[in-house]
Write a protein that binds this ligand. Structure first.
Ligand SMILES: Cc1cc2nc3c(=O)[nH]c(=O)nc-3n(C[C@H](O)[C@H](O)[C@H](O)COP(=O)(O)OP(=O)(O)OC[C@H]3O[C@@H](n4cnc5c(N)ncnc54)[C@H](O)[C@@H]3O)c2cc1C
Length: 442
């Protein structure tokens, strides 16, 4: 039985009017109203969301609270801890491009494209604007909150909106699986039964934010296949030569292109003691990780001069009046010390002293990657609930009336706003579906 909110509000208004003429105090009247509301809620479907990250923030913001009594549980004290971490390096809320260019960034594209199409980057930007979160498009086409609006303010605005929608938030409440009856078990709380459950428990990186992949075993016990959780958008290990790393640790390689097989990405890399990190390598992390499942190492190629073709570089090199190779590279070809150091590490002496070979190498420095960085330090997680375990509406085939969204599903996107867009889109699409359900959940 569903009570229409307008009717309820009208009733409350009339009830207040009626009580005004009675000799009861305001607090007594309020108590009565609260109790009445509680009893009316008993007739509504109970919808439980577990995990208070980006995916469920959007879900909670869109769910029909006239239809569902919604409770959101998170094991952390507050919602959106990873959203805040994402904001530390500049919060990319989405990526500004055409839909045709946006959807192929997601893997598997055939799974993600219909979700993104239903709530795309433009929809997200106008949703944010309507919730007093104006955005701006950066020069790289990444979309940020407007200058001066901090990530915590963005989060607070969304949380305030949700809190005003009759959605109960239960912080510090860790979900621990199901009991024999299939009811939800929580740490230090009684088991609960819910008509509908949505899991949005996140991936397994940045454990400090609450997303630790601890949910994996519980789902596997119910027969749900979970693909191994591995680092994505992460650093990769390189066996640096001692002199190189002593001089260049922490230095960037700006405006480079990185190629792995037929895949190419442009951007920036950072040299760390462990190896290489930065958006250019994050973008290919899924492909590299796939190879590392079967091979001990992977060779990528760096193009240190992506805006010039080999002939242009050669002619600049040959027309130089300088005698030292390093000077030509630095002064005529504008390569910085770190790029030159990199060339020296990955070229033998013969190549370095042969202009033709050296020019070819500038366009394609071979770098050997040995392993992926730690999962906990990764920006996102590969693996998660296998996509054939859910139906087209995110419902777990083996656990009826239970749904899973967000990073805990086995999909991938590069950094740059695609991940948050993916999570927000899933929350939106699932809310739309659940709002349209006709009393099917029993
Ligand atoms: C450093 C960093 C920077 C990033 N930058 C960007 C960026 O700029 N742009 C972008 O698009 N993406 C970025 N991301 C990725 C993005 O933040 C995530 O993909 C997204 O937040 C995932 O949302 P989610 O809702 O799936 O899960 P999460 O946001 O991880 O939320 C999952 C929630 O579930 C809760 N939970 C887990 N287990 C339990 C349990 N057993 N019981 C109760 N609660 C539980 C957790 O406490 C957590 O609050 C970044 C990530 C990191 C780590």
């Amino acid at each position: 039985m569903i009570l229409e909110k307008e009717l309820y509000q009208q009733f409350t208004f009339d009830f207040y009017k009626f009580m005004r003429y009675r000799p009861y105090s305001k607090s007594f009247t309020n108590e009565l109203i609260t109790s009445l509301k509680h009893h009316l809620f008993l007739y509504m479907k109970r919808l439980t969301i577990i995990g208070g990250g980006s995916a469920s923030l959007m879900l909670a913001a869109q769910l029909d609270t006239n239809k569902y009594k919604v409770t959101l549980f998170d094991k952390k004290k507050a919602m959106g801890r990873k959203f805040l971490v994402a904001g530390e390096g500049g919060l990319n809320l989405t990526y500004n491009s055409t839909l045709e260019a946006l959807t192929p960034q997601y893997f598997p594209t055939e799974f993600m494209a219909p979700i993104i199409r239903q709530f795309n980057n433009k929809d997200l930007m106008s949703w944010l604007k309507n919730h007093e979160i104006p955005t701006f498009i950066g020069s790289s086409n990444r979309v940020f909150p407007v200058l001066g609006l901090k990530p915590i303010e963005v989060l607070n605005k969304i949380v305030a909106y949700i809190s005003a929608r009759d959605i109960e938030f239960k912080p510090d409440t860790k979900w621990e699986g199901w009991n024999k009856e299939g009811h939800l078990c929580f740490e230090e709380m009684e088991d609960i039964e819910s008509d509908i459950v949505v899991f949005a428990l996140g991936g397994a990186s940045w454990k400090v934010t609450g997303s630790d992949g601890g949910w994996k075993n519980s789902f596997e016990k119910r027969g749900v296949r979970v693909q191994p959780l591995r680092a994505a958008n992460c650093a990769f290990e390189v066996d640096w030569n001692k002199n190189f790393i002593a001089t260049h640790e922490g230095k960037p390689l700006k405006n480079i292109a990185l190629t792995y097989n037929e895949y190419c990405s442009k951007g920036e890399l950072n040299i760390s003691k462990f190896g290489l990190e930065g958006n250019a390598i994050y973008a290919l992390s899924q492909k590299i990780q796939e190879k590392l499942l079967t091979e001990e190492s992977v060779v990528i190629h760096l193009d240190l001069k992506p805006t010039m073709i080999v002939d242009q570089i050669r002619s600049k090199y040959m027309s130089s009046h300088r005698s030292k190779v390093t000077d030509i590279l630095n002064k005529d070809l504008n390569l910085d010390r770190t790029s030159i150091g990199l060339l020296k590490q990955f070229c033998d002496k013969d190549t370095f002293s042969n202009p033709d070979l050296l020019v070819e190498t500038i366009k394609s420095v071979p770098v050997i990657l040995k392993s992926a960085g730690e999962l906990d330090k990764a920006i996102s997680t590969l693996g998660g609930i296998a996509l054939d375990e859910i139906d087209e509406n995110f419902q777990l085939k083996k656990i009826p009336n239970s749904y899973a969204i967000g990073e805990m599903l086995d999909w991938y996107a590069p950094t740059g706003g695609y991940l948050l867009q993916g999570c927000f889109s899933m929350g939106f699409v699932l809310a739309k579906f659940l709002n349209g359900l006709e009393g099917e959940a029993e």
